[in-house]
Design a protein around this ligand. Structure first.
Ligand SMILES: Nc1ncnc2c1ncn2[C@@H]1O[C@H](COP(=O)(O)OP(=O)(O)O)[C@@H](O)[C@H]1O
Ligand SMILES: [Mg+2]
Length: 436
């Protein structure tokens, strides 16, 4: 760069620091008179002895002349008159290939307290979704490495799928399998609102060292302030976007988007939004599309995404489940009844849909998958009769065939967590089963 250009740039730098003063603290909210700033801007509150320590906070609202801040970390030592320094920009994190294999927090700092590698670039955590008109359509499958998904619920490169399940039905195990077996170039995994013990179990048991070596994990545990749990989701998405723009096929997994919604509800209620369905505030339903529309394809690469949604007692019409299902291109349902029978992965194929599948697989593949669904649903419809011995063989050719193939179908769908299967092998196995 020429010296004249540099001088020009220096002249344009806003060298004023904007300050304000803390007026009130009510619960999670800090009211401050100044600095001049907009919603989403980051501020630093100077606290402690000599006001040397800085707490990072975000502008979440206004009240008369004052700004309302929410801290990213837990707050102590704030006193009336504490200095509030404005940064005039929203949250930024550092991203680059040096992050691969690391576990970081919502602000992009390594969770083990070590320092970040060099050579990272700064990106804003909030970004607009790709322009819908320039998004290439999803045209090819991506290997997930879970037999049942690759063969019966094929996922497209750049597809976004919700995984709906109660607790303890196998979400983490399934995501771990995908992370280890997928053909995506890189995994970005956001663990939001889990307890610390679950995070460790996921990283050590489900993901394992080989999974971690091709992943970046973003963690915001349940004990962290609501804002950190929300930011975790945005940070992970921004990291996935960075690598998508480098031309990679990224796999983003978020566990769970329900906890992000709950965190947003906490923030919403604290700043005085009215509660609507199930206490969720309007801003919850506003951030869901803002977050979920960012993944998918763009001109450079793709982000295939799995978002887990917690459903209590399998109530798929719970407001978050309903909203998420409407935004995504498919929903997979993990069924407690299957898990109780020891049938893992506990995916209920008949209740699950990949909305992209038919446009990305061959006719033979589609027909075979439909045939298997038919057989399975025929069996399920007559299961009670079959089990009590009330069904007489020979009464229906279709039911006879379903009964004959049922054990093989179940065998085909079961998969050990350590078992890695390529998409081609899954399809071949499906064809063989159907040809029987
Ligand atoms: N594919 C699988 N094979 C065998 N057991 C599984 C499988 N998936 C889940 N499980 C069992 O279910 C338990 C809970 O799974 P987990 O993935 O932690 O559930 P969630 O994340 O939904 O709470 C695991 O500890 C394991 O015993
Ligand atoms: Mg879990």
């Amino acid at each position: 760069m020429k010296a004249a250009d540099l001088i020009g740039q220096i002249k344009q730098i806003d060298s004023y620091k904007r300050y304000g003063r803390v007026k009130r603290v009510v619960g999670l909210m800090i009211e401050s008179q100044g600095p001049e700033s907009s919603i989403g801007d980051v501020c630093f509150i100077h606290v402690g002895h000599n006001q040397k320590r800085k707490i990072q906070a975000e502008v979440v609202g206004f009240k008369e002349e004052n700004i309302i801040l929410m801290p990213y970390t837990s707050v102590n030592d704030i006193s009336p008159g504490s200095l509030v320094e404005g940064s005039s920009k929203p949250l930024e994190i550092k991203v680059g290939s040096g992050l691969i294999g690391n576990v970081i927090d919502s602000l992009g700092n390594p969770l083990d307290g070590s320092s970040l590698p060099r050579g990272l670039s700064a990106v804003f955590t909030e970004q607009d979704p790709p322009n819908p008109l320039t998004r290439p359509p999803i045209s090819e499958p991506i290997q997930v490495g879970v037999k049942m998904i690759d063969s019966l619920l094929t996922v497209g490169n750049g597809q976004r799928v919700g995984i709906f399940a109660g607790s303890g039905v196998g979400k983490s195990t399934l995501l771990g399998m995908v992370a280890r077996n997928t053909k995506a170039d890189l995994n970005v995994i956001a663990l939001i609102g889990e307890r610390g013990r679950e995070v460790r179990e996921f990283i050590e048991r489900d993901l394992g060292p080989e999974g971690l070596s091709r992943s970046i994990v973003v963690v915001a545990t349940s004990d962290q302030p609501a804002l950190m749990r929300i930011k975790g989701a945005f940070t992970a998405t921004a990291i996935a976007e960075y690598f998508r723009d480098k031309g990679l096929n990224v796999m983003l997994m978020m566990d769970s988007v329900t906890r992000v919604a709950m965190a947003q509800r906490e923030v919403g209620l604290a700043i005085g939004e009215p509660p609507t369905t199930k206490g969720y505030t309007p801003s919850v339903f506003a951030i869901l599309p803002k977050l979920l529309e960012r993944t998918g394809t763009n001109m450079n690469g793709s982000i295939t995404a799995f978002y887990t949604v917690l459903v209590d007692g399998d109530d798929m019409n719970e407001p978050i489940a309903d909203a998420v299902r409407g935004i995504l291109d498919g929903h997979f349902v993990l069924d407690r009844a299957l898990a109780n029978k020891g049938q893992y992965p506990a995916l209920n194929v008949l209740k699950s849909v990949s909305r992209v599948m038919n446009q990305i697989v061959t006719d033979e593949h589609r027909k075979s998958a439909e045939k298997l669904r038919d057989l399975l649903s025929t069996y399920m419809n007559s299961e009670d009769l079959i089990n009590i011995g009330a069904y007489k063989r020979g009464s229906s050719k279709q039911i006879d065939e379903a009964i004959r193939l049922y054990p093989e179908i179940i065998n085909f769908m079961k998969q050990e967590t350590s078992e890695s299967v390529s998409i081609q092998d899954s399809m071949n196995e499906l064809y063989r089963l159907i040809a029987d």
